[in-house]
Design a protein around this ligand. Structure first.
Ligand SMILES: C[S@@+](CC[C@H](N)C(=O)[O-])C[C@H]1O[C@@H](n2cnc3c(N)ncnc32)[C@H](O)[C@@H]1O
Length: 217
């Protein structure tokens, strides 16, 4: 009997592990939209790092699926590709201009879905200076570098964050080293801003998402 229970537990554990690690990329968007739908939360989708617009199209698709027709989509990108790497981002990194997307083709691609979409073209250093009039509800950070993630998170501090879903597309870059990239920027920000981050999902060995709440101090 004991042996039976042990083997049952092993098989359940194995199944859970396998299914989690197989969660495809698009499930990150489905789960995030599903979460705000179930919790009856309103607000906007904000993406940092647009390139060809593929991930924003996934988000638009699942917004339609969950009937979130009033959601507005905001996208930030240089549309010049990656900035020159500085500091720790210099090691094993991309070249300046990598992953450059065309502003014209991306806008056509995303606007075709009949959602309200606004793009902010330029370097974060310029476009994230002022507080924009949107309500972050789902935030997708896909700009790879530590320095870019720091700029994005510093900007987000200006907004109410309770119940916001944040997704990091490059969580496991830099050999998954927590002292680098998005992991480092996020850990530092959570401490500085007193934020509780509940892990929400891991997808395609690439995306990590969290639900945010400010700790009452
Ligand atoms: C991996 S790509 C984004 C991929 C995109 N989400 C998609 O689905 O195709 C990263 C993008 O981040 C942008 N980026 C990175 N750092 C930036 C910064 N500091 N300011 C503006 N754009 C930045 C680059 O232009 C690049 O297009």
């Amino acid at each position: 009997m004991k042996r039976f229970i042990r083997s049952l537990l092993t098989s359940v554990r194995h199944r859970v592990k396998t299914e989690t690690s197989r969660m495809p990329f698009e499930s990150a968007f489905k789960d995030a939209l599903g979460f705000i739908h179930r919790n009856k939360l309103d607000g906007d989708y904000i993406e940092f790092g647009i390139s060809t617009g593929s991930s924003m199209v996934e988000a638009v698709h699942y917004a339609a699926h969950f009937g979130k027709h009033t959601m507005t989509f905001h996208g930030f990108d240089s549309f010049e590709g990656m900035p020159p790497p500085t500091g720790q981002d210099k090691e094993e990194s991309w070249k300046e201009g990598d992953m450059k997307g065309s502003y014209e083709s991306v806008t056509k691609r995303v606007w075709a879905h009949n959602y309200s979409v606004k793009f902010y073209k330029g370097w974060y250093t310029d476009t994230l200076q002022e507080k924009h009039t949107f309500v972050p509800r789902i935030v997708h950070v896909d700009s790879d570098y530590y320095t870019s993630a720091v700029e994005v998170l510093t900007f987000l501090s200006k907004y109410p964050l309770d119940g916001v879903v944040i997704m990091f597309n490059d969580w496991f870059h830099f050999n998954g080293n927590p002292e680098r990239g998005e992991q480092k920027a996020f850990a530092e920000w959570c401490v500085a801003e007193n934020i509780d981050a509940v892990p929400f999902g891991t997808y395609a060995g690439k995306i990590q998402s969290f639900i945010l709440n400010r700790r009452k101090v």
